[in-house]
Design a protein around this ligand. Structure first.
Ligand code: ADP
Ligand code: MG
Length: 726
């Protein structure tokens, strides 16, 4: 095995970049060619169908069957030009991935042959088996019906030979079984709550959009080395492995020159993304070795989230062309940074005003402060819920660890905005609000032009940071579906805006001018958030954990317990009142969350146990045998073991570690048996949480053995071999 291992390492080191397929055109010439976007609508739809379709997308007008038939006809014509043979409803079940069931376009033509057929009804709905997807008990196996229904606000796209129709997924009884349905409900609720407030400032506003710009972090590992690591293959992370002598301590990977094999992968990904209308903008090396990031230009939240899911799928496929496997796990390697997916989030009106950016004048600033403070109030009230919405078995390895956001949700505002809020508290309510913009700053060299310095600094330790025109939710995990966190955030902000508007209305009804009614409503909110959820210091420090408790923020670190926040009376009220989730849906989803947590830990525990017993202990025993042989030779030749201190010490250590591993694996198995007997999903997840915490105690002696055992006998690629792409 180990000769094999060294062969794999050498091969991976010597692999040359596979050139990317880059079209001999400008990106703008093929951007969106595989998307049925507005350009295609105009070309392939008749004018009546087109106008009904646009009404549906832009104004939420119900789409009738006749229009759907017309749209399907146009789509079919376009799809056949691209040699499409199949269609699928493409949806996002609660599995942290996407689902697709392909149906061919062929139908009998009644004359002994077949024709390609695609009509409104197959565009609008399909029926996958809902009991085979996580549903939290909403669907039993004997009542299997579930429906996918087309989401006309996200464009249909072509992947290979298949026309993909972005869809929601609901049960026979109408409950959401996916990420998209509640996200859409929450975005609509937010728009409905925000629009009347915007109209106080601009009567032309009819809709408020939410925007998402995600930054996807990921690792690439060579596929041959990956295949030699059962833990990576099965769980997505290394369950064992001694730290490499060099990892990220020299800060030499972040923003460094991108290895050519990786560049080729990124280029292929960008071309595929562009064809699908995904504006991938940024690519760079991240902090940990083999860690990278990409980010698109932000877009409408529902679409941008679809695009994130598409990109993750593309990455998995394209990585293989380049001999890599992409890892989305939040913590594939201990001791180096994990991966997140920053969610840059903002709101804007259909008239083009960004609501989380300072305005051009005091009135614009008042509108900005209104939304800014309402967001903070929502984050304060629902900090436990927001944390629950980013919690998972995998993200648990990142939250609270020292390089990632802490397991406490607070907001970072920066000096400028903290100053603005504090000043507003002191000044009379009708004082015009001034906010300093970017400042010019000289670099101190005549040949370098003046640069503009932002009015907010950054705080990498904050999970929810204001960055000048948006909030950046940094605690989201790299494998997550962004819809989870956006749904919770949007519902929380909706609730805050509704209460705010009610109070402003009542003040105005009593004769207060608008600006005073708004400011008088905002002031107690500002006073409340500024010293609770707003925190400018080091989020990684122990003092913050103590301070956060005093401020009444949630500091729970146990993931199954965190999930409880979804069904607290406060969250249920928010979700039900905003129409985002029913109580039944919330309960079902929590069952799924606990079950998923349990299963993930269960799989890790099994893999850990088997690798410890089948891979690690046999390797250690082999080395032990060699040492024993060596000792007996010594005895034979020299008549004593006087010069065998190393061998004797090593033997003792190896035997002790083997004992330790064996007894801990046995304990872990016993604990699993006990946990498996628990019926209640929550209690079971709690029991598995204990098991998860104890996996490290098995890992420790294994990693120690890695330090002692003859390198040529070690059965697994080591960190130093996995982590450095040439
Ligand atoms: P970093 O925070 O690492 O500097 P970037 O500057 O690359 O990251 O941008 C992060 C993401 O934020 C990008 O996807 C970008 O399009 C997005 N973004 C920028 N402005 C907004 C906004 N107003 N709303 C939502 N996302 C935005
Ligand atoms: Mg960022």
């Amino acid at each position: 095995m180990s000769d094999e291992r060294l062969k794999l390492v050498k091969e991976s080191f010597e692999k040359k970049a596979v050139p990317a397929d880059i079209p001999a055109m400008k990106t703008s010439e093929y951007f969106g060619e595989l998307v049925f976007d507005r350009k295609k609508m105009i070309k392939y739809l008749d004018s009546k169908t087109l106008s009904c379709f646009l009404d549906s997308i832009d104004r939420g007008v119900v789409l009738d069957r006749k229009t759907a038939d017309g749209i399907a006809l146009g789509m079919k014509e376009w799809a056949l030009e691209h040699h499409v043979t199949h269609i699928t409803h493409w949806f996002q079940p609660l599995t942290e991935g996407t689902a697709e069931k392909h149906d061919s376009l062929i139908e009998y033509d009644g004359k002994g042959g077949v024709i390609e057929k695609f009509d409104g009804s197959s565009l609008i709905q399909q029926e996958p088996d809902a009991s085979s997807f996580p549903n939290g008990g909403i669907r039993a196996t004997f009542e299997a019906r579930g429906y996918t229904a087309w989401d006309p606000t996200c464009p249909v796209f072509i992947m290979g030979d298949t026309l993909c129709i972005p869809s929601v997924f609901i049960s026979y009884t109408g409950e959401a079984l996916d990420y998209k349905t509640p996200l859409k409900k929450a975005l609509k609720a937010l728009s409905d709550a925000a629009t009347p407030i915007c109209r106080l400032f601009d009567p032309d506003v009819n809709k408020v959009y939410s925007y998402l710009g995600w930054e996807q972090e990921y690792f690439l590992v060579d596929e041959s080395l990956y295949a030699a690591r059962p833990d990576l293959m099965i769980t997505g992370r290394t369950l064992m492995g001694h730290a490499s002598s060099k990892n990220q301590q020299l800060d030499d990977h972040y923003f460094a020159a991108i290895p050519s094999r990786v560049t080729a992968f990124m280029q292929d990904l960008e071309v595929a993304g562009s064809r699908l209308g995904i504006p991938i903008k940024t690519r760079h090396n991240e902090v940990a070795p083999n860690q990278f990031e990409l980010a698109p230009i932000y877009g409408e939240a529902n679409l941008s989230n679809d695009q994130n899911q598409i990109v993750m799928n593309l990455m998995k496929k394209i990585a293989r062309k380049h001999g890599f496997v992409v890892l989305f796990h939040e913590k594939p390697f201990d001791g180096v940074n994990g991966s997140g997916k920053h969610n840059n989030w903002s709101m804007g009106t259909d008239t083009g005003t960004m609501l989380l950016a300072p305005g051009k004048d005091p009135k614009g600033n008042l509108q900005f402060v209104t939304f800014f403070v309402n967001v903070l109030a929502a984050v304060q009230k629902h900090n436990a819920l927001l944390k629950a919405s980013i919690a998972s078995a995998t993200n648990a390895h990142r939250l609270g660890a020292n390089e990632a956001p802490p397991a406490i949700v607070s907001a970072f505002l920066g000096k400028t905005m903290t100053g603005v809020l504090r000043k507003l508290l002191e000044l009379p309510s009708d004082t015009p609000i001034e906010i300093a913009g970017k400042k010019g700053q000289s670099v101190g060299l005549v040949e370098i032009p003046e640069i503009f310095v932002d009015n907010t600094d950054r705080n990498r330790t904050s999970p929810f940071a204001f960055t000048g025109n948006r909030f950046e939710f940094r605690a989201v995990g790299s494998s997550a579906n962004c819809a989870g966190v956006l749904t919770a955030l949007s519902a929380a902000v909706t609730e805050s805006l509704v209460a705010f508007k009610k109070e402003v209305d009542s003040k105005m009804a009593s004769g207060a001018p608008m600006n005073i009614a708004i400011m008088d409503t905002l002031k107690p909110m500002i006073a409340s958030v500024i010293d609770t959820v707003c925190f400018e210091g080091n989020g990684y420090s122990d003092e913050w954990k103590e301070e956060a408790v005093k401020r009444g923020l949630d500091t729970e670190t146990n993931v199954p317990k965190m999930f409880k926040a979804f069904i607290s009376p406060q969250s249920v009220e928010t979700f039900v009142n905003t129409g985002v989730f029913s109580l039944k849906e919330l309960q079902a989803r929590n069952e799924v969350k606990w079950e998923t947590y349990t299963k993930k830990v269960q799989i890790e525990a099994r893999v850990m146990g088997r690798m410890a017993i089948n891979h690690i202990i046999p390797a250690a025993l082999r080395y032990k045998t060699e040492l024993l042989k060596e000792l007996s030779l010594n005895k034979e030749v020299f008549g004593s073991l006087d010069d065998c201190k190393f061998e004797l010490d090593a033997l003792k250590l190896i035997s002790a570690r083997i004992d330790e591993i064996q007894s801990r694996v046995r304990d872990m198995k016993d604990n699993r048996k006990k946990a498996n007997a628990i019926e209640d999903e929550y209690e079971k997840a709690l029991a598995y949480h204990e098991i998860a915490e104890n996996l490290a105690s098995i890992r420790k002696p294994i990693d120690k053995l890695e330090e002692i055992v003859d390198n040529s006998l070690w059965p697994l690629p080591k960190y130093r071999e996995l982590l450095f792409i040439s």
